[in-house]
Design a protein around this ligand. Structure first.
Ligand code: CTP
Ligand code: MG
Length: 238
């Protein structure tokens, strides 16, 4: 089934073995929206996001994608349309091109370049000795943390996802590069979930979900949260 990118959680709770991780979480993301996730370490951000491509299964409450219960989608077709950039970037010692095309081996060169441009890593790749054919780890080519993050975002984008999940994937980017990246995603027609610690990364989000110990303690735009949530003001305004 083709996804449109709408995601709805209704009173979703989730346990890791016996450990409660998410408690009664409800939100509604419209296709094309950017949803920010904010919360201290261990708050449940990664767990929540892993439920969307069904990497975690057993939850209570309902998750809907475009009004269909998530259970009706087979995981293979879901994961084709939902790109998740994990918190720990994984690159291998192949070429830059094959690293970007990983998981979509039939990607055309033009698609690889397009994804790299959107991820703000194309101009860096052009400076490498063999450009897109440069092999990572060879000839002393190493990538910085932020370059690795952008490469893995390019890998996610080359699949033209309907839902893009960035789990702390922009933490090593400077604010300017991150802003350019987020702007280029806006032209993508995909729903974006972004975990970030910097308020500057989330200011433009349509909604911010503020998680605390597995509970959604506030949700709204940056301005709304500033007005309504003392916790948001205190912890994250600085
Ligand atoms: N957890 C667990 N088993 C796992 C993954 C997570 O028991 N396989 C627990 C963690 O110990 C934590 C809770 O689930 O108490 C939420 O973890 P997570 O969703 O990973 O939290 P994040 O908000 O993503 O934390 P961080 O900012 O550190 O990534
Ligand atoms: Mg996490």
């Amino acid at each position: 089934q083709e996804l449109k990118g709408e995601v709805r959680f209704e009173r979703v709770s989730f346990f890791h073995s016996d450990h409660p991780v998410l408690h009664n979480v409800s939100f509604h993301a419209q296709p094309g929206q950017t949803i920010g996730l904010l919360g201290e370490t261990g708050a449940g951000k990664t767990s929540l996001l892993h439920l969307i491509p069904r990497l975690y299964e057993k939850h209570s409450g309902e998750i809907y994608l475009d009004d269909n219960p998530i259970e009706v989608f087979d995981t293979k077709s879901l994961r084709k349309q939902i790109s998740l950039v994990p918190q720990d970037v994984h690159l291998f010692s192949g070429s830059v091109r094959s690293n970007i095309a990983w998981g979509k081996e039939n990607a055309k060169m033009s698609e690889v370049v397009e994804a790299a441009k959107q991820a703000q890593i194309h101009s860096f790749i052009k400076t490498l000795p063999d450009g897109y054919d440069t092999v990572l780890g060879q000839k002393g080519v190493t990538f910085s943390g932020g370059q690795k993050q952008r490469l893995s975002i390019a890998r996610a984008l080359v699949r033209k996802p309907k839902i893009l999940i960035l789990d702390d994937s922009t933490s090593a980017l400077d604010a300017y590069t991150e802003m350019k990246l987020l702007n280029s995603l806006k032209t993508q027609q995909c729903t974006v979930f972004i975990v970030a610690q910097k308020i500057s990364s989330l200011k433009e989000a349509n909604q911010i979900l503020l998680l605390h110990q597995g509970k959604l303690i506030a949700q709204g735009s940056h301005e709304e949260l500033l007005n309504e949530s003392p916790y948001y003001r205190e912890v994250f305004q600085s």
